[in-house]
Write a protein that binds this ligand. Structure first.
Ligand SMILES: Cc1cc2nc3c(=O)[nH]c(=O)nc-3n(C[C@H](O)[C@H](O)[C@H](O)COP(=O)(O)OP(=O)(O)OC[C@H]3O[C@@H](n4cnc5c(N)ncnc54)[C@H](O)[C@@H]3O)c2cc1C
Length: 362
């Protein structure tokens, strides 16, 4: 069994650490602020289907593989005493204007062609499912198979479960991976991973997202039961309810380097979009505004696998890091056991990184 160092204690690093410790590896997680990063801010959707788009089949199939693993992943954590707050209520996608309706029709057709379960709804049927949905909603798409998780409960659960399995935490920023004393180092530093390895420097970039948290005040209509998504004037928004009554409203997406400040425009766009979809949100208490950095890659796939010299990548999870945590952790554990990357994770191999591609033998 190896001495494993995991650099980064977001959902990916914690999942890898927890799973690897369960296989008998001696694991240390390095992170100045474990359990924070993008993972702390995320919406919590585990939604490969409603995130899917034609041309991204590899992203969809990796996501579907991970989604299948989620119930067992959550159950294992719960059995160890740490409930991650998994919701199985599904997603309702709604369309407002003609362009949105067309977008939904394309999405429905694409998903049906892939054999996924979807139900196309009229505006009235969408309101029957979620009574708070606004009168301007013209169509809907019910996707019962999508899940959601309370990301903050999940992070606390993973950390405690990892500690219970003997994982050590060092609150340190790693500057040079080569200086880390371990048999294997896993780079799981999210948007900051590019600073830790030259190959990742060209492959992972930060992609900013603002996100809000709200609560119904007295007399307000309660939050929706399931995740509600929409594209409002070309901008995607989502509402993800939490069991404790909180409603997460996300998220903007734009290039701004490592800037994590909240811009007024982002907040305005999210609230304006949400009001069109779920009007009573205007009366809710705004309890948190935040901005996080997704670790984006050019093809929207993560990098999972060998970078050479005892360094493994588990990064670049873009919009889907919570969704992809189980499949990533299992793939890393398989590599640690000396196996190949599982076939469903092949598309995520780091060999497609420009600098590794050019050195690959023909
Ligand atoms: C607004 C927003 C909404 C999102 N919504 C969803 C969603 O609904 N569903 C979904 O699946 N995904 C969502 N995502 C994406 C998801 O949050 C990320 O893909 C996921 O959190 C990535 O996890 P990570 O562990 O790789 O990175 P992070 O959570 O960012 O963690 C990286 C960690 O590495 C640490 N670190 C960085 N550099 C170093 C270093 N040099 N040494 C030591 N430690 C270091 C940081 O402190 C941090 O704790 C969202 C993202 C954003 C920003």
């Amino acid at each position: 069994m190896s001495e494993l160092a995991v650099v980064g204690g977001g959902v990916i690093g914690l999942s890898v650490a927890w799973r690897a410790a369960g296989r008998g590896h001696s694991v240390t997680v390095y992170d100045p602020t474990p359990g924070r990063g993008a993972s702390w801010l995320a919406g919590g959707m585990l939604a490969p289907v409603t995130e899917a788009w034609p041309g991204e089949e590899d992203v969809l199939s990796l996501g579907e593989e991970s989604l299948r693993r989620w119930p067992a992943f959550a159950r294992e954590l719960a059995e160890e005493g740490f409930d991650p707050g998994l919701s199985e209520k599904g997603t309702l996608v709604v369309g407002l204007d003609r362009a949105d309706v067309e977008h939904l029709e394309i999405l429905a057709g694409y998903l049906t062609s892939l054999g996924r379960e979807v139900e196309v709804l009229t505006g009235r049927e969408a309101r029957r499912l979620e009574p708070g949905v606004g009168g301007s909603v013209r169509s809907g798409l019910s996707v019962p198979g999508d899940l959601a998780v309370d990301n903050r409960k999940l992070l606390v659960s993973l950390r405690k479960a990892a500690e219970q399995r003997g994982v050590q935490f060092v609150t340190e920023t790693i500057v040079d991976v080569e200086s880390v004393d371990a048999d294997v180092v896993v780079i799981a530093a999210g948007a900051w991973s590019g600073r830790l390895h030259p190959a990742l420097a060209g492959g992972v970039r930060p992609l900013k997202g603002e996100i809000l948290r709200l609560r119904p005040r007295r007399g307000c209509l309660p939050p929706p039961e399931r995740t509600v998504r929409a594209v409002v004037e070309g901008r995607p928004i989502y509402l993800v309810p939490r069991a404790d009554g909180e409603l997460v409203l996300g998220a903007t997406q734009y290039e701004a380097g490592f800037d994590e400040t909240v811009a007024a425009r982002g907040v305005r766009e999210l609230l304006e979009g949400a009001e069109r979809v779920f009007p009573s949100i205007a009366e809710y208490e705004l309890v948190e505004m935040a901005a996080g950095l997704r670790a984006a890659s050019v093809d929207n796939l993560p990098f999972i696998g060998d970078l050479g010299d005892g360094v493994l990548a588990a990064t670049g999870h873009h919009r889907n890091g919570l969704l992809l945590a189980p499949v990533t952790a299992d793939a890393i554990v398989a590599l640690l056991a000396g196996s190949e990357l599982p076939p469903h994770a092949e598309a995520a191999h780091p060999r497609r990184l420009p600098s590794l591609k050019s050195t690959e033998r023909v």
